[in-house]
Ligand binder design. Sequence first.
Ligand code: HEC
Length: 401
Amino acid sequence: MEPHFIEWLNLAIRWVHVITGIAWIGASFYFVWLENNLQRQVNDSPLAGELWAIHGGGIYHLQKYRLAPPAMPERLHWFKWEAYATWLSGILLLVVVYYLNASAYLVLPGGSVSALMAVVLGIASLFAGWLVYDGLCNSPLRHQPMLLGIVLGLLLVLAAWALSQFMSGRGAYIHMGAIMGTMMVGNVFFVIMPAQRHLVGAIEAGREPDPDLPKTGLLRSRHNNYLTLPVLFIMVSNHFPSTYGSGYNWLILAVLSLLSVGVRHYFNTRHQNQRMLWALPVAVLGLMVLAFITSPQKPLVATTDNNVQVKVDIDIQKVQQIVAEHCTVCHGASPSHEAFAVAPGGLLLDTPEQMQRQASRIYQQAVATHIMPLGNMTGMTEMERELLGQWIIAGAPLMHE
Ligand code: HEC
């Protein structure tokens, strides 16, 4: 398809996805906050609790019923379309960005899995994720929420590892996001909404609702709440090549997710006690450790033992050839690659001066990590990366210097 048209399609769907995602997660955060901050009623009141709040210049008074209000209100607000619209737009985006251009964005360069196969396995992973998750939630494990959480966490790490074996870093990350997003929306569609319809149906028919109904969705709703932060990280991870571009990308994702679940747990329990307060400094420390571990290893080619700069013999012409051969099909003033109407990221590498200015970005994406060339479509070799790296470490000199 026309690359310019694809770009605008991408923009439109992404915009919708972000808006609906904010609405969904915002509602999730708000209602979990409400639940945690209710002033509980201890007498025989039909109210579970109530809460006063001020926002936007007005004072609100909210009440939560233990089970059923004395009469059904005329207007009852439901929260479901935020979830469905987020998932639908997310799947569309997955198709437009990753599946329509699978050889560039989805496939692990140099791997043996074809583009079509990667797409099929990617779609299968979404179904498998939901079936395994739902099965575990309905198994006896549901009586031990902590153990269930640990098992789910380990299975998700296993899935991330498995995906990273045949998908690009970005592909594997976005599929982990899609697997978790599918679990979350599945919870809304298959579990929480039916329970709510039962509750409302019973009240409207004048029957006593099953007192366990409000609990049905609670475990799933909790899971959704804890999954939000890892999913949000994945959605912005695109901008951070040292995470998805690492050889241990699955492990980095696992550690970041664990840290964020700790933070979420602190915010969910802080009204009761401050026992989880340690999760905040641990998260900060964890991020610092990860930043340190993932920092690119620069080979010491341009200095000798006694720290005297030596003149390395770099064939600058060869370096330019490498960039011309492997980068400018996309990163040129008029890219010849059919998927791009303009240079991606606005990054132009046509002239030596442009290359010099972008040297550190080039180092990060084509030497320290192998993210570029995208999908290694131009078949760049280790030797060529090495040479490019040596040129940059030597200070990216121009020919006439
Ligand atoms: C097949 C097309 C293609 C080729 C070939 C290619 N790139 Fe890219 N490059 C892209 C795309 C697409 C992006 C934007 C990625 C994204 O969506 O974030 C990108 C982004 C980048 C960025 C990040 C730009 C930013 O916004 O910070 C750098 C740096 C980069 N490429 C360097 C290179 C280098 C160096 C080469 C050659 C060794 C190369 N690329 C080859 C398609 C390509």
